[in-house]
Design a protein around this ligand. Structure first.
Ligand code: CAO
Length: 444
């Protein structure tokens, strides 16, 4: 016997009016119990509403863009089998964790239930039983910039096909990877339009030595943070898969520093060299558009960006995150300083939203407040260049007649040599330095 059951939005905590961002089934589709039907997304998290039982979708009462709240009926399912004694209860389920931003900062795909070897598979949920909580997606407030943004269903789909979501540019809102992006990607591999990224990159290296450090003295084990674990994997990928070249230069910021300090004092605001570097980077990106670009998925085209969103590496207690300041060409140094202060504080408090770490064109990693004379920043793919900044220092500069004490700022530009050749790397860095030296010519 079959029975029609209302599928309701389960307990989603204190949230209401949550946008539906994906409808994963159509009327007439046969679905399995626990199969995802809808994806909902708030500012804080993403979750899916699964089918409570196996059956056929008879009615869908929402479309993408609708906003839903707890207990709202979103679909009607005709269950395959229903025990007669059970009432046709609505299939919503209490889900205390739903739509809560998880405490952890690293993304985790929703777990896929796997029957353990040798054990009986779990019994399917009964009709109307309160066993179908939505599946929250783990990534939330502090999702690092380069973590693929996709719903659990899309992650599952990609996993089934063995697709690395990092290789896919999302076409959904805010760069979200949707089901069709995965399909198109697989198609492009199958037709030979794209070469699959080599998992091992052809390295034939001996394994790391296994050392018992305790043999040599006292030790302590400290787990690395989730941000470090996740961002480490992407830093590693970027380091080994992008041919980096780092161009070093020095900018004479003696005059700029006088102006900066006067302005900071007059206006009573924190104004660091970083905001001048953001403005100089925008000027250089405008002059050298190949730096404000990404390779497309076929690696045959450059996607040239007409906007100027700059990512800033921020050191937090849990690891490195890269919030993005948007439209830096349209903001003055004081607006940039205010936004930088606010974003970096929220980054340190672990309160950044994923969307605030996406869409960057070019990144700046400033270690100038800490020290150092030079370093090699790792490109934040799919960007093609990143500016590293070390500490400025007073150095003797020859003016043709004598040495003059000048405040010199070390710049370290890493660029993707597949996209940018060495001469342009040097030109870009020199131009950026000139913008700081002749800061009066920049729109501050
Ligand atoms: N040379 C000399 N002094 C510098 C400087 C430079 N290049 N850059 C900054 N300073 C000074 C600032 O003026 C400030 O001094 P005052 O307090 O006297 O004004 C001081 O150093 C501290 O600056 P800050 O770090 O608070 O501010 P910022 O705008 O320079 O940087 C932020 C902000 C968020 C980028 C920075 O705090 C940060 O997190 N940096 C680390 C980035 C990082 O980890 N990169 C590595 C990534 S790769 O692994």
């Amino acid at each position: 016997m079959t029975k029609q059951i209302e599928i309701k939005v389960p307990d989603i905590g204190d949230f209401s009016d949550i946008p539906v961002i994906e409808v994963l089934v159509a009327v007439g589709d046969s679905v399995e119990a626990e199969q995802s039907l809808l994806t909902l997304e708030s500012d804080k998290a993403m979750m899916e509403v699964p089918a409570p039982v196996a059956g056929v979708i008879r009615e869908l009462r929402v479309v993408v863009g609708d906003k839903v709240s707890e207990d709202q009926v979103v679909a009607i399912i005709e269950a395959e089998e229903v025990a007669e004694s059970q009432p046709p209860e609505a299939a919503s389920a209490p889900a205390p964790d739903a739509l809560q931003a998880p405490a952890a900062s690293a993304p985790q795909a929703a777990p896929v239930p796997q029957p353990a070897a040798g054990r009986a598979a779990p019994a399917p949920p009964s009709v109307g039983s309160r066993q179908s909580p939505p599946v929250p997606m783990g990534a939330s407030a502090t999702l690092p910039a380069n973590i693929p943004y996709a719903s659990p269903a899309v992650r599952r789909f990609a996993r089934e096909l063995g697709v690395d979501l990092l290789q896919i540019a999302g076409s959904g809102r805010a760069g979200r990877i949707v089901h069709d992006d995965v399909t198109a990607f697989v198609k492009s591999i199958m037709t030979g339009a794209v070469k699959p990224a080599a998992g091992g990159l052809g390295f034939d290296l001996p394994p790391q030595p296994k050392v018992n450090f305790a043999r040599y003295g006292e030790i302590e084990l400290r787990p690395i943070s989730k941000i470090q674990k996740v961002s480490g994997a992407y830093l590693h990928r970027n380091w080994v898969s992008i041919p980096h070249v780092t161009q070093n230069d020095l900018a004479d910021i003696t005059d700029m520093e006088v102006y900066r300090k006067t302005q900071a004092q007059e206006k009573g605001v924190k104004l660091t060299p970083l905001v001048f570097l953001i403005k100089a980077s925008v000027a250089a990106l405008k002059k050298f558009p190949a730096f404000n670009a990404s390779l497309d998925i076929t690696r045959e085209n450059l996607v040239l960006k007409k906007y100027f969103h700059i990512g800033i590496a921020v050191d937090t207690p849990d690891g490195l995150v890269v919030p993005v300041i948007r439209d830096c060409d349209q903001k003055d140094i004081f607006q940039l300083a205010a936004e930088l202060g606010e974003l970096s504080q929220r980054a340190r408090d672990g309160k950044l939203k994923p969307v605030e770490m996406q869409g960057g064109c070019f990144s700046i990693s400033s270690l100038g407040g800490i020290g150092g004379t030079s370093f090699t920043p790792i490109i934040n793919a799919p960007e093609v260049a990143i500016l590293g900044v070390s500490r400025s220092s007073m150095q003797p500069q020859w003016d043709g007649e004598s040495f003059q004490p000048r405040m010199m700022l070390p710049l370290c530009l890493s660029y993707d040599h597949r996209v940018i050749d060495g001469a342009n790397g040097a030109r870009f860095t020199r131009y950026l330095a000139t913008c700081l030296e002749d800061f009066g010519n920049m729109e501050l």
